[in-house]
Ligand binder design. Structure first.
Ligand code: 5AD
Ligand code: SF4
Length: 456
């Protein structure tokens, strides 16, 4: 008897890399049910939207996507191709589950981030009973134990979630409500997953967590925080590069800074959001540190690893932000110098303390500030990239480029690097002499004398 035809599964991830990781896990958990991934929603048998609630725009995208899915579902049914199931997962599901069910009848199932291991069962149930909603009343521990660890082979670089949730309660942020409190996975489970990934050809791991540098599991193997975990993973043969994201300045301890100086696999790139350059605003945001603390921290990190590239998140137009506060943010940026960064207009999120603060800033002011900040960022990013020209940097090659004979990799500083070179270099680190730099990528040439050694 031949196998039944695979059911087509389309998953769309919004927002952060943790959602990307979760989407991969969802695909794994649904595979035994006969679902195979497809890259288009049209004609899919099951569509999962893995949503983000961090800013209003991100959340609203879900509803417009659901509108499109409603049409696609009708077309599929009309063509006699069966029913398209629609699942909303992620943080919007967690925060607004009931509203989704009410506003979007196309949705069959709403599932929060802690309940993905229950997806097969839920989908079976939802196909019998439309519009079932499940709240995420599972513990993260249960989720990680139950989700498949391994994934389909292929990638050179992979994400690995080591920590979830947040206890920091920044006054603008929904994460402590949508993802719950801080939870760290046991180091043994992380190491086992990492070894599995490396055995499949992964050479670079990015350890993920909403507050990844607050990592510290309750079991013995997880004590010592993120620094100990990084050192442990660095012992895995074949794992060339380790990164982690996202960090909080308050959790950047001495041990982690020392790891940047001492662990060669730990890449010299750090995403360390500060959000604002004004002490007054930091206080209102409940960030728990001052600008002075942050500047000193950056000095310490640079003393440990002088070439480290810094990345950041900034919010403009937080309630009460004056022109002077905003100028302080620009001046901090000029002093620190970032390799890249993300900047957002403050978005009022229902239920968070900042949403009801006095002094909400006009949209037009937010826009002007964002434009000025982005202009400075672009200058800094270009300057950072241009500084690589003429240098030789190690590149981990990840995949073929768009042009004939081209391969694409990343520098230690996460810059995309294009070269002409053999596909056999994919999955390997080779030195590249950088010839030109643009806003978002570098191009260069393989160093011929080194190439023979790498390919040997
Ligand atoms: N408005 C704008 N930006 C926000 N972020 C989080 N919440 C909000 C909000 N309400 C930004 C922060 C955070 C990043 C992930 O998203 O800069 O670091
Ligand atoms: Fe949100 Fe602040 Fe927690 Fe980051 S540290 S997830 S910004 S509450």
């Amino acid at each position: 008897m031949s196998d039944p035809p695979a059911k087509r599964l389309f998953i769309k991830s919004y927002g952060c890399q943790m959602n990307v990781y979760d989407s991969e896990r969802m695909a794994e958990v649904l595979r035994p049910l006969g679902y195979a991934l497809t890259d288009r929603p049209e004609g899919a048998d099951l569509v999962v939207l893995n949503t983000c609630h961090i800013r209003e725009k991100a959340a609203e995208k879900v509803y417009s996507e659901l509108g499109r899915l409603k049409e696609m579902r009708a077309e599929k049914a009309e063509a006699g191709q069966g029913r398209m199931g629609v699942v909303v997962a992620g943080c919007v599901a967690q925060a607004e589950g009931e509203e989704i069910i009410r506003r979007a009848p196309v949705v069959d199932l709403v599932v929060g981030p802690q309940a993905y291991h229950k997806l097969p069962e839920l989908i079976a149930r939802a196909s019998r009973q439309m519009g079932e909603r499940l709240a995420a009343d599972f513990t993260p521990e249960e989720k990680f134990d139950a989700l498949p660890k391994a994934r389909e082979a292929g990638g050179v670089s992979a994400f690995l979630t080591v920590q979830e949730g947040c206890d920091k309660f920044c006054t603008f942020c929904v994460v402590p409500y949508t993802r719950g409190g801080e939870y760290s996975r046991p180091a043994d489970a992380i190491e086992a997953e990492a070894r599995g990934l490396v055995a499949q050809g992964v050479r670079e791991l990015t350890l993920l967590g909403q507050n990844v540098n607050a990592y510290g599991g309750k079991d013995e193997g997880s004590s010592g925080g993120l620094a100990a975990l990084v050192r442990r993973l660095a012992r895995i043969e074949g794992l060339e590069r380790i990164r982690y994201t996202t960090s909080h300045p308050r959790e950047m301890d001495e041990a982690l800074i020392a790891a940047h100086a001492e662990v060669p696999q730990l890449m010299p790139y750090l995403h360390l959001p500060v959000q604002s350059g004004s002490d007054r605003i930091l206080r209102a945001m409940n960030r728990g540190h001052t600008i002075e603390d942050y500047r000193k921290l950056i000095d310490k990190i640079r003393a440990a690893r002088s070439d480290i590239a810094l990345s950041c998140d900034f919010i403009v137009g937080f309630p009460g932000e004056t022109d002077a506060d905003f100028e302080a943010t620009l001046s901090l940026m000029r002093d620190v110098g970032y390799a890249s960064a993300f900047a957002f207009k403050y978005s009022r999120r229902p239920g968070t303390p900042a949403a009801s603060m006095a002094g909400q800033v006009d949209e037009s002011v937010k826009e002007q500030r964002l434009a000025r900040l982005l202009e400075l960022l672009e200058q800094q990013q270009r300057a950072f990239n241009a500084a690589q020209v003429g240098r030789t940097v190690d590149v981990l090659f990840e995949r073929p480029g768009r042009h004939e004979g081209q391969i694409l990799g990343r520098s230690p500083f996460l810059q995309a690097v294009h070269v002409q070179g053999p596909q056999t270099l994919i999955g390997q680190v080779a030195p590249v002499k950088i010839g030109a730099a643009a806003m978002n990528s570098l191009t260069g040439e393989l160093v011929a004398s080194e190439l023979a050694r790498v390919l040997a």
